[in-house]
Write a protein that binds this ligand. Sequence first.
Ligand SMILES: NC(=O)c1ccc[n+]([C@@H]2O[C@H](COP(=O)([O-])OP(=O)(O)OC[C@H]3O[C@@H](n4cnc5c(N)ncnc54)[C@H](OP(=O)(O)O)[C@@H]3O)[C@@H](O)[C@H]2O)c1
Length: 298
Amino acid sequence: MVESINQMRSDKWLVVGAHGQLGKYFTETLTAFGANSLSLGRAELDITNPDAVDRVLRDFRPTQIINCAAWVDVEAAEENVDDTFALNSDALANFVDFTKNTDALLVNFSTDYVFDGGNRSPYLPTDQVNPINVYGRSKVAGERLLQEKLPDNSLTVRTSWLIADSPKNFVSRVASKALAGETFGAAVDQTGTPTSCAELATVLVETLAKQRLTGTHHITNTGETTRAGWAEEIYRILGVNPELVRPATSETLPMKARRPLYAVLDSSENGSIGIPTLSPWQSALAESTVIAKFKAHR
Ligand SMILES: NC(=O)c1ccc[n+]([C@@H]2O[C@H](COP(=O)([O-])OP(=O)(O)OC[C@H]3O[C@@H](n4cnc5c(N)ncnc54)[C@H](OP(=O)(O)O)[C@@H]3O)[C@@H](O)[C@H]2O)c1
């Protein structure tokens, strides 16, 4: 551990998209470890601007680039195809030359939505992708760009259903309804794994401080549930009757983009490559700062 902290201090970490859900937790984690890091939000660095990216890379000279910038609005992506691809795929090209020339590592995040959801058991990192919406297609394009241009200098981490302290995400929307004693309609036919941004950031920083990791890997909390099951757990943790969650099927919910019905990511290989196993999703949820905030307002 001491060795990895020392290594962390000799590395230079650049976090881009730093004010998003995941970006904030990377910034907090790196600060807590005393790492040499620079975190830039969209206002400080627009990653679709090649000159701006180049300037920051050449000034700061990071050894690890953590890209948390992305177009994640799955619904809006359907009507903003070019912008979604520009951010989730094309912008990655702006990091390629510097990363390759300096032997840095570019870490990018992808999603369970690269799969079509037809599986009945968790998807392996090597399983065939087949996205069924624009967001998923754009993330596959980003994955492929990195596989092609930076095979030895990039890490793609697929994760799912993020738990973070953010006012508009699933947990916050459900928790607000729960505390108001109102019902919440959630899909019973979409299965995945809620994943704590705090745990994901900690595990990844600790792992990358110890060893270099490339390729495509799955990191989520353990277990699986449906959207409705996730919502019920939020009600339960907040001491509200989970029967207020109204089970719905995806086709009855107002959604433009199709979602994969079964989108659990298999991360069983992680132990053998040095990535610690994350906790069960229920405890990660219960211990999250977002839940703590809602509990404080009960
Ligand atoms: N959220 C999930 O449940 C989920 C699930 C699976 C995988 N992922 C992946 O995890 C990663 C992080 O997701 P997240 O939920 O943290 O996303 P997020 O909260 O939406 O954060 C994305 C950040 O990117 C910023 N951004 C947008 N355009 C930019 C640009 N041109 N240059 C620089 N920054 C820009 C956004 O800034 P503004 O706020 O100013 O727009 C925002 O702060 C993404 O790659 C996503 O695909 C997320």
